[in-house]
Design a protein around this ligand. Structure first.
Ligand code: ZN
Length: 325
């Protein structure tokens, strides 16, 4: 039996990344009722992306027996710096054709609904702030650790973008002098030693010289290694894997303690794919964060892992629509 959804108000949310685009539908804040992810998506120029998204929206609305006239709006999370007030994508790292794109305006024209566009880390921070473990308490730093490392800042309940819409670029804080070259053009950034892809890269480099269970495991899977495998082997006691995890957490903790000394956030939430490692990751990052704080700081921030690392950006993007109503 199909639910009769005629005249039911709903919100749409879209998460646009370099390698995937997902669309979610929700009827109330904090709840995703339907979700569609295009994993084959490769970030293309704005026009084809807008057409692809428009097709996904029509399909989802039809499937759920809804009508676009009952759509309250579309919230968009974009993987790159965004002027959220104007809904303009400033640029997309490593992808050509995305410079000063008025994405909000283009999507409003295409869909006929109200659209809001923000940077994905800021959107994740908003989702976490409204519906996560600290729901609505104090100022928050949300760090997403996956292929890259980014952060969203919530101050007084609102995402903070900074003077040039670049706040939260903690992944590009230098943690190693004369370190490895980073995609941003600098060297020794946090992202080059603590992101999921960096952990994988360092594991592959080190495995060539050292005989470990991580290496045996990689050989069984055609020479590949994932950050999940590194964490799993570290838990089991593999010396190399444990060292890689420890190093990544130490660099993360160092960067977070710097952010805390500067901004005195009441909480820090770890999100993104690597945050699925849960308590194991949290404890280590907390250890190194506390080590980096000055003595006399009597109230260290609470450090949590995201309650929903897989869907917090979608929940935040829905929130962009609901909070504006
Ligand atoms: Zn960098």
């Amino acid at each position: 039996m199909h639910t009769d959804n005629s005249n039911r108000k709903f919100a749409l949310a879209c998460d646009i990344g370099a390698t995937k685009v997902s669309l979610s539908l929700g009827y109330r804040p904090g709840e995703i009722s339907d979700r569609l992810t295009d994993m084959t998506h490769r970030m293309s120029e704005p026009e084809s992306l807008i057409n692809e998204l428009s097709g996904m929206i029509s399909g989802m609305v039809e499937k759920n027996r809804l009508s676009m006239k009952d759509c309250m709006g579309l919230g968009v999370a974009f993987a790159g710096p965004v002027n959220g007030k104007e809904g303009i994508v400033l640029y997309a790292p490593n992808i050509q054709g995305w410079e000063n794109v008025p994405l909000r305006h283009l999507l409003e024209k295409k869909t006929g609904v109200r659209v809001r566009v923000h940077n994905d880390a800021n959107v994740g921070a908003l989702g976490e702030y409204r519906h996560g473990g600290i729901a609505g308490a104090g100022d928050m730093l949300y760090i997403t650790i996956s292929t890259g490392i980014g952060a969203g800042i919530v101050i007084d309940g609102k995402p903070y973008e900074g003077a040039n819409h670049m706040a939260g670029e903690i992944g590009h804080v230098t943690v190693i002098e004369r370190g490895r070259k980073c995609g941003c053009g600098k060297s020794g950034c946090l992202e080059t030693v603590a992101s999921g892809s960096s952990i994988e890269r360092i594991a592959l480099e080190r495995m060539e010289a050292e005989e470990t269970s991580l290496r045996r495991r990689a050989l069984e899977t055609g020479g590949r290694v994932s950050s999940i495998a590194v964490f799993e082997e570290a838990r089991k006691g593999d010396i190399l894997a444990a060292e890689l995890v420890e190093n990544a957490c130490r660099y993360l903790g160092t960067a977070i303690s710097g952010a805390l000394m500067l901004m005195d956030f009441s909480s820090v939430v770890l999100g993104g794919g690597v945050a699925r490692e849960g308590e194991y990751l949290r404890k280590k990052v907390e250890f190194y964060t506390l080590k980096g704080l000055a003595r006399g700081r009597t109230q260290p921030a609470s450090i949590l892992v995201s309650r929903f690392p897989d869907s917090v950006v979608d929940i935040g993007a829905l929130e962009l629509v609901f909070e504006g109503t």
